[in-house]
Ligand binder design. Structure first.
Ligand code: ZN
Ligand code: ZN
Ligand code: ZN
Ligand code: ZN
Length: 272
């Protein structure tokens, strides 16, 4: 099914890709077919940032947070988070036994993957998809750190929000390997081989959380036909300087809003 193929493709590209390139990719069908497929707002989100139109993979699937879950009625994946990210050191039979499932294709999980049209994705692709969609997985970027300043012991991540949007040379952290971001990500069990993907995954997460937030505020306005452009808007955040991310449903890709700052030519691909 082309829709699943596009989701799989996006996950292989760290969860998002240049929208125009994807539409021009004949592997997924002609332009009108692809445009129709990616108009499904349950599975795709459009973003316009850093001078580029991006298509981001969405899912409603989440990881179950319960150590002991009632089971059949649960609509979330039953999977060890550490195993999802890579390898869980507590492999059953070795050391202490991990309390969580390491079976992505258990009956419960396989049913959910089919329900969400994700049965063709491998563990790595599902990991990317969940990291940017399940807001409980990656620690949030600290608002205080980006504004008035924060203190030691904060559980949010101290990284410059401007850096996620465009090149920045302020005094805040611009590297996920800086001590505080690195420690927070280690505590969240992000393995080293995912560290290089953090910037793009955080951008995708930020765009998707903004869409979710706006949808709640607008009373699910994004579900109503004829509201093209209604979701366009700026990312909340640093000092009201939002606007670097303009978001919208398919077909609603506009000029990026008033706050949009187009970077110099040649730098549009900074975030790819
Ligand atoms: Zn559960
Ligand atoms: Zn485990
Ligand atoms: Zn903080
Ligand atoms: Zn900065």
């Amino acid at each position: 099914m082309p829709e699943s193929a596009i989701v799989k493709y996006l996950c292989g590209k760290l969860g998002s890709t240049n929208r125009e390139e994807l539409v021009a990719n004949l592997d997924f069908g002609d332009v009108s077919t692809v445009n129709e497929i990616i108009s499904n707002r349950d599975r795709f989100a459009n973003a316009h940032y850093n001078g580029e139109k991006r298509l981001i993979a969405k899912t409603a699937l989440r990881l179950c947070r319960r150590l002991v879950c009632a089971g059949p009625g649960c609509s979330s994946l039953h999977l060890c988070k550490t195993y999802l990210y890579g390898e869980c050191q507590f492999v059953p039979g070795r050391r202490a036994k991990c309390s969580f499932s390491h079976d992505l294709h258990s009956e419960h999980n396989a049913r959910l993957l089919r329900t969400h049209g994700l049965e063709d994705l491998d563990k790595k692709e599902i990991c990317v998809l969940l990291l940017q969609n399940d807001m409980a997985l990656l620690p949030d970027v600290c608002f205080d750190y980006n504004n008035t300043g924060c203190r030691d012991g904060c559980k949010r991540i101290h990284i410059c929000e401007q850096y996620l949007r465009r090149n920045c040379c302020c005094s805040r952290a611009h590297d996920f390997y800086e001590p505080q971001p690195f420690e927070m990500l280690q505590k969240s069990r992000i393995p080293n081989d995912l560290m290089a993907s953090m910037k793009q995954l955080y951008i995708n997460k930020k765009v998707l959380s903004s869409i979710e937030h706006k949808a709640k505020q607008a009373g699910q306005a994004n579900q109503v036909p004829g509201t093209v452009g209604a979701m366009d808007g700026a990312m909340g955040g640093v000092g009201g300087a939002g606007g670097a991310f303009a978001i919208g449903g398919a077909g609603a890709l506009r000029g990026g809003g008033g706050g949009m700052r187009r970077p110099p030519r040649g730098k549009a691909g900074t975030f790819i």
